[in-house]
Design a protein around this ligand. Structure first.
Ligand code: AGP
Length: 608
């Protein structure tokens, strides 16, 4: 939602903070700001717009000091103006605060603080926190922040600095993530270790309710009452280069092309590609536990929800368990029937999506054990779950999820195989499945080699205003994902539909101006899907067929076709989605859109 970064040490803080903000800009990019502390005075620079605007503004000015905090924003309270950009200050300009999340009782707090004489200059909820700290300050910033956290409600990560205690930063977490980066005579604070890896690999993740006092030499963590909390130090294994563009024009392009490696790395250690033996040795997935479950509940949002829909096909088909899939945002507000006989699986790239997290908490509260499939190690979801299966996609910076999706599908496939094994329906992978996995990275690679052709198609299609994506079975969620990719980065209205449902309504949209992307792999539904293609053709629709076998029939029906490698049906979506990602990418580039930071979106949605 927003990105927070802080530094305390002996180096000039500003360049380090700005570098951190660049790496966190994926979290929000409608305004940015920085505060550094020198000789008892804060220098604060803020600006509306992207970080580049702040950087331009800073070019001719200085931000002295070896202590500071900075922020990149995705607006929730108040428009993305300079006045609403963080950091926010108290009345005297002695306390500065940056914040990710929402203080739900901010109106009530603000009214009380105003009645005590505090004056506000922004529309934000964050400013309330700076004044609350000022109100409670008795000479110790750590104590003041601890007591301020008792006055606010909501989901938040906050970072505070005070000129009254110059070498100290205080961070607090209740929901959105905060990581502390440990250095030698210097320490960092950030929303995501992505901002820390150029400087340190040793990271401590705060947990909900933690308040941390950070100076150059030490870190102290307690709860709001001051009771000490012990948090482990994690070593981040990927390096800073993994979070750079590596010669690509956009992170999204790099991440699309990383998929063969990302999928291979995700499989590594979880399965033997020689024998098909599964290594998902989690107690929760052992036969004695699995036989006690009568169904699986998959919860997720956005692209991860599409992966979960495919997971339903995999688990039902391979493990013969009944599966329900729901959006986190829907599940949390109905009265779902869940108990200890339901195995809940949360699917999330970030591991911090508020709606998914709340839904998982709800299911777990009803007695359902929880498996988290996450990409970000140490994320809130990973730390809450009874068992974690990590996708090893590496950092995904582009807002549009690509390699996170395909690695989630790889993990869901292995989970389905593991559940099958624990239900004594088969041991490890079948020879065909194992071969499918062995050849998967090269199949993705070959799908990527269609890029030039797709770039040309994007030239033909880029002025279309609507798109329809059709698929059946496992490819219905792929159609949804193709449509989501297109709309989120190229702002073209696109709908994904189960092909069989087309005649129940969307067929009315088909005319000579509507491009229809038809997913027609060589699977059990192929003939049915081809009849939908005929329906499109007979109404003058423009068809683009993604297929694994281009025969005469497809050649005569399709206006355009993309032939991708064929694999086993359970793995086919991992290959089929690649041309759709490339299509969305090249359409967005053609249309001059901001591919990595599309309007109104943020990478991690840590608020409702
Ligand atoms: C995908 O391209 C999105 N930007 C979005 O739908 C995303 O998948 C969703 O917000 C869920 O995020 P998560 O996987 O981090 O939980």
């Amino acid at each position: 939602m927003c990105g927070i970064v802080g530094y305390v040490g002996s180096q000039e803080a500003a360049p380090l903070l700005l570098d951190g903000l660049k790496r966190l800009e994926y979290r929000g990019y409608d305004s940015a700001g920085i505060a550094t502390l020198c000789n008892g005075h804060f220098t604060i620079h803020r600006s509306a717009g992207k970080l580049s605007t702040l950087l331009e503004r800073l070019a001719g000015s200085s931000s002295p000091g070896s202590v500071g905090i900075a922020h990149t924003r995705w607006a929730t309270h108040g428009r993305p103006t300079e006045a609403n950009a963080h950091p926010h200050t108290d009345c005297k300009g002695q306390v500065v605060a940056v914040h990710n999340g929402i203080f739900e009782n901010f109106a009530e707090r603000k009214a009380e603080l105003e009645s005590l004489g505090h004056r506000f200059t922004s529309e934000t909820d964050t400013e309330v926190f700076a004044h609350q700290v000022e109100q409670g300050f008795r000479g110790d910033l750590f104590d003041a922040v601890r007591s301020a956290t008792k006055k606010v409600t909501g989901a938040y990560a906050v970072l505070v600095s005070s000129s009254a205690e110059p070498g100290v930063l205080v961070a607090a977490r209740s929901g959105p993530p905060i990581a502390l980066g440990l250095g030698k005579n210097e320490n960092w604070v950030a929303s995501d270790p992505v901002a820390l890896v150029p400087w340190t690999r040793d990271v401590v993740f705060l947990e909900d309710g933690d308040v941390a006092r950070v100076d150059a030499k030490s870190v102290k963590i307690s709860d709001a009452e001051g009771r000490p909390r012990d948090r482990a130090t994690h070593r981040i294994l990927w390096d800073a280069v993994a979070a750079e563009k590596g010669g690509y024009r956009h992170f999204m392009a790099k991440e699309i092309h990383e998929q063969p490696t990302a999928v291979a790395e995700t499989l590594g250690g979880k399965v033997s590609l020689e024998t098909g033996e599964l290594f998902l040795d989690l107690p929760l997935l052992a036969p004695e536990r699995v036989t006690g479950f009568d169904r699986v509940l998959l919860l997720a949002c956005g692209t991860s929800w599409h992966a979960a829909l495919i997971g339903k096909f995999l688990i039902e088909g391979m493990a013969r368990m009944s599966v329900e899939v729901d959006y986190g945002s829907e599940f949390r507000y109905r009265s779902p029937v869940v108990d200890g006989r339901t195995l809940t699986v949360g699917v999330s790239q970030s591991g911090e999506t508020a709606d998914t997290m709340a839904a998982l908490t709800e299911a777990r509260g009803a007695g359902s054990p929880l498996v988290a499939i996450v990409n970000v190690a140490g994320s809130q979801m990973a730390r809450t779950a009874d068992a974690v299966i990590e996708t090893h996609a590496g950092p995904e910076i582009g807002v549009a999820s690509t390699k996170a999706f395909t690695t989630q599908l790889a993990v869901l496939f292995l989970l389905a195989a593991k559940l099958r094994e624990s239900r004594a329906l088969g041991r490890g992978l079948t020879a065909q499945e194992r071969a499918g996995l062995v050849h998967l990275p090269s199949a993705i690679q070959r799908a990527l080699s269609l890029e030039r052709k797709i770039e040309n198609l994007a030239r033909d299609f880029h002025s279309a205003t609507n798109f329809l994506f059709l698929g059946r079975g496992l490819h219905y969620p792929v159609a949804l994902e193709g449509a989501l990719k297109l709309k989120e980065i190229s702002y073209i209205h696109a709908e994904g539909y189960p092909a069989g449902e087309m005649k129940h309504g969307p067929i009315a949209l088909v005319d000579e101006n509507l491009p229809v992307v038809v997913l027609a792999p060589n699977d059990a539904w192929r003939e049915k899907t081809l009849s939908n293609l005929r329906e499109v053709k007979s109404r003058d629709g423009i068809s683009l067929v993604v297929t694994t076998r281009e025969d005469e029939e497809i050649a005569s029906l399709a206006d355009h076709s993309l032939v991708i490698p064929e694999t086993i049906p359970e793995l086919q979506p991992i290959v089929s989605v690649v041309p759709l990602q490339l299509l969305a990418y090249h359409m967005a580039v053609r249309r001059g859109c901001d591919v990595d930071q599309p309007r109104n979106l943020a990478k991690s949605v840590t608020v409702e």
